[in-house]
Ligand binder design. Structure first.
Ligand code: MRU
Length: 357
């Protein structure tokens, strides 16, 4: 079976090639994003999504934006890079990986001597390194997390933190894939994840493709499944983990953590160290993306809500650290009390928002 490659370069590194996740599971379609606006639109509409994949898209997106402009002088070229970076980071505010990866590429550009063509080569190499590092980090998360899974375990997961959301085998799903490689039988309860159904569309698709037994449940049935003893542990991803261990993730994650706590079920977050943002002290400081209320008022293209009804659509919530049993990263498993103050891999510092660029 071919591994899923949610995001990569096209052959000449002028476009970003993504699996268009809006079309899954009905159709498997790859798309080449050839302009800054293509990349921004793909991010905005969740054609490419998931914190690590957003970082890779941002890093490659800066290079895509710059490719037609190598005839500019160095100063104007770097100014254009900063402007493209700011536009990309503003597209989705919660996942820190986007700002982190974009800043890495910008810094590489700024310290590369020579004409714009050399700068662009170096930036492309940095974006490629971010993709390659993410593949390694996913694998390490899988290996760090697999001891938490016993044979026959039933894992509840939310949204999609799998291969589709990363450059590699995923974050929350990585220990499940590694367990399967070790011959362990692990089954998964995947929440639907309203409103955009990342659980039923994407998680069920990629786990099914890998032969991992998956049952979709409605978001509102998690409590009953936990009370019935059907959940051994919860395993979710993160979009931003701040200094005290509070984690932003897909809306509904907090509710699951409260439920797991009530039922005495371990609640694990899995994320690469590129998702850790020690510049923010606590979860209250995390910007939560508010999306179009129309996504709540409709199911796919079909309007289902009462005419004239209003909706709120925050895409993420924050799970307080005290509800998180452990955070599984590429650098091992962290347990409470959490205190993330370290620099990221390769000494790159984490950034919080476009204003830091
Ligand atoms: O809105 P999405 O689909 O980008 O939200 C994705 C999530 O919340 C994931 O759990 C998170 O980004 C981690 S992906 C490895």
């Amino acid at each position: 079976m071919q591994p899923i490659q949610a995001i990569r370069w096209d052959a000449d590194q002028r476009s970003v090639r993504i699996i268009d996740q809006r079309r899954l599971p009905g159709e498997f379609v790859e798309r080449d994003l050839a302009t800054l606006e293509d990349v921004r639109e793909a991010i905005r509409t969740l054609a490419v999504r998931g914190a690590p994949a957003l970082g890779i898209a941002g890093a490659m997106g800066v290079c895509v934006a710059l490719a037609p402009h190598v005839a500019l002088d160095r100063h104007a070229f770097l100014a254009m890079a900063r402007s493209a970076a700011t536009d990309l980071v503003a597209t989705r505010p919660t996942a820190v990986n986007l700002a982190w990866a974009v800043q890495r590429v910008l810094r590489t550009g700024a310290r590369t001597p020579g004409p714009p063509a050399s700068i662009l080569d170096a930036m492309r190499a940095e974006a490629s390194a971010i993709l390659a590092e993410d593949q390694v980090m996913c694998r390490r998360i899988g290996e760090a997390g697999v001891p938490l899974l016993r044979d026959g375990a039933s894992v509840l997961t939310h949204c999609n933190a799998g291969a589709l959301a990363t450059g590699g085998i995923g974050t929350a799903l990585a220990p499940i894939y590694v367990a399967a490689e070790h011959g362990l039988r692990v089954t998964v309860l995947a929440t639907e994840t309203r409103p955009l159904l990342q659980g039923s569309r994407l998680t069920a698709w990629e786990l099914g493709r890998a032969g991992i037994e998956t049952t979709i449940i409605t978001d509102s049935s998690a409590a009953a499944r936990m009370r019935a003893g059907d959940v051994d542990l919860c395993l979710v991803g993160a979009d931003r983990i701040v200094a005290n261990g509070d984690c932003a993730n897909k809306i509904g994650t907090y509710a699951l953590a409260v439920l797991a706590h009530h039922h005495g079920i371990p609640f694990y977050v899995a994320a690469p160290t590129s998702t850790i943002d020690p510049s923010l002290p606590a979860g209250e400081a995390i910007a939560i993306e508010e999306r179009d209320p129309g996504e709540v008022l409709s199911l796919g293209e079909v309007r289902v809500a009462a005419h004239g009804a209003r909706a709120r659509n925050p895409a993420f919530d924050v799970t307080p650290a005290e509800l998180i049993s452990a955070i599984i990263t590429d650098q091992g498993i962290f347990r409470p009390p959490y205190a993330f103050t370290v620099k990221g891999p390769e000494g790159h510092s984490f950034v919080a928002s476009a204003s830091d660029l």
